[in-house]
Design a protein around this ligand. Structure first.
Ligand code: ADP
Length: 480
């Protein structure tokens, strides 16, 4: 199904709701105004009718004063009087009717004789019943709607009916102007609302499109794409979240790639490290089978090599298993509070290595077996690479450190932390000769870290050549 565009939807909805709302508002307002105008017209007719009544009463009195003993009646001249009154008030038509509904005088008619009897008219019936006599209906003479007002009038002791009428359109003519004005105002407001809605809408849509572009770029791996958005706060915040998300994705991807590289390197290294002794074992075994067994001396030296190489193979596999176990511990090891001042000398004594303590006692939460493995590795390396005469020392420092240092050839400073990488060795041949696997320091770092400590090779501080491994117990973050 084809989706409707947001801006079409917004403008359509806004337009329809506004047109509908305005139409109802204008219709109701005009209706109310018309109603008020008509009520006002009836009220005007009522007020005017009282004036006309008193004018006619005076007229009758005056007539008697002037026309004593004449044959004629004031009624014969009333028609002219009404025309005179209406002359000054052209809005109203004024009629005088007798109580039978006959029109005796009329401000508009040429000949009142020709006018039909009004007895059945609504306002006449109402006035005869003593009700408020108003009516609205179409004129019998013209095609216009008239407003009628009738009131009883006593002249010369007789009851008459005074009726006023006015075309409805003359009382409500102004409502057309107001209606037109309201429609015009409504249209202007509608245009402005639609204009501003469109501007806001397009601005938001532009922002959303840019975000759509950004997500496509991120899908294609371009995490550096920066959506340039100058829109509302919400859209700008959203774009900021997009950028943050892209940066997270980028760093995740880099981490995954790095891990993948580490994995590949590790597999390649393990294969290589395993292949070397196996190739050697296989080669010497084949040579023996090919006849070297006959020569006892040679056979013995070959079997010695096979024994040494299989020992190396065993060591590599042992170390790999250790590493894998440590990785699986995932920071959860059994540990106890141990005073290092008595724990470390016991280990050093085994290797006949000097232990120096700068503190009376130092308690740390460690797994004694694992931690001893780390210290053993460091001490054995010092012996292996520095030599027993290289003044190996193990110092428990007052600055919460354990230092193991020797005065051997040391590690080139540019090596840095790479020394702790698996299978990293400075002198491969030397390492192999001493039965090294290249995994010892990697295991040490794992053990130290799993305790919440850290380790660094700093080089000797006294400027002499040699190694100086420092375990920072200060980084200890509570129980592990
Ligand atoms: P290896 O089994 O080869 O000893 P390690 O991980 O224990 O593996 O050590 C890595 C490398 O670091 C060693 O091959 C060696 O070159 C270097 N190394 C470690 N300790 C010392 C030290 N005390 N003096 C000089 N070099 C050292």
């Amino acid at each position: 199904m084809k989706k409707i565009r947001t801006w079409v939807l917004l403008i359509l909805f806004n337009g329809i709701i506004m047109i509908f709302g305005f139409s109802i508002f204008i219709y109701k307002t005009v209706q109310e105004l018309k109603h008020t105008a008509i009520t006002q017209s009836f009220e005007n007719m009522r007020i005017f009718s009282t004036s006309v009544s008193s004018i006619l009463s005076n007229y009758v009195d005056d007539w008697y004063a002037l026309n004593e003993n004449t044959e004629t009646n004031w009624i014969d001249t009333i028609d002219k009087a009404l025309k005179d009154i209406a002359q000054n008030n052209k809005k109203f038509r004024i009629s005088l009717l007798d109580s039978n509904g006959e029109i005796l005088g009329d401000s508009d008619a040429e000949d009142t004789q020709k006018l039909e009897n009004q007895f059945d008219k609504e306002e006449i019936i109402k006035v005869l019943n003593g009700e408020l006599a108003t009516a609205t209906r179409k004129s019998s003479l013209e095609d216009v709607i008239l407003l009628y007002y009738a009131t009883p009038l006593n002249l010369d002791g007789e009851n008459y009916i005074l009726r006023l009428s006015i075309p409805k359109h003359t009382s409500i003519y102004f409502t057309t102007n107001i209606k037109n004005m309201l429609i015009l105002t409504g249209c202007i407001i509608l245009c402005f609302v639609l204009l501003f809605t469109s501007i806001i809408c397009f601005n938001v849509i532009k922002g959303l499109k840019e975000l759509d572009n950004a997500s496509k770029e991120y899908t294609n791996g371009n995490f550096d794409y920066d959506p340039r958005i100058n829109s509302t706060k919400e859209i700008s915040d959203l774009s900021q979240s997009f950028v943050t998300m892209a940066q997270c994705l980028k760093s995740d991807r880099e981490k995954v790639m790095q891990l993948e590289k580490i994995r590949k390197d590790f597999v390649a290294n393990v294969s290589h490290e395993l292949k070397t002794p196996i190739t050697s074992i296989k080669g010497f075994a084949e040579t023996l089978l090919d006849g070297a067994l006959e020569d006892k001396e040679t056979a013995k030296s070959f079997v010695n090599i096979i024994d040494k190489e299989s020992g190396r193979l065993f060591n590599i596999i042992e170390d790999l298993l250790d590493l894998s176990r440590l990785e699986q511990e995932n920071g959860k090891i059994y540990s106890v509070e141990i005073n290092l001042c008595s724990y470390l000398p016991d280990i050093c004594k085994k290797y006949d290595i000097t232990f120096i303590s700068e503190v009376e006692e130092f308690f740390a939460c460690i797994n004694p077996g694992l931690f001893a493995q780390a210290i053993n590795n460091l001490l054995e390396n010092a012996i292996k690479y520095g030599g027993e005469k290289s003044e190996i020392q193990c110092i428990l420092g007052k600055d919460k450190t354990i230092v193991i240092q020797d005065k051997g050839p040391g590690i080139p400073p540019e090596t840095g932390d790479r020394i702790f990488e698996r299978f990293y060795r400075i002198d491969k041949g030397r390492s192999r000769d001493t039965g090294g696997t290249g995994l010892g320091l990697s295991i040490v770092r794992h053990i130290v870290n799993i305790h919440g400590f850290s380790i660094k090779e700093t080089g000797r501080l006294d400027g002499e050549s040699g190694c100086r491994f420092v375990i920072f117990l200060d980084d200890y973050k509570g129980s592990v």
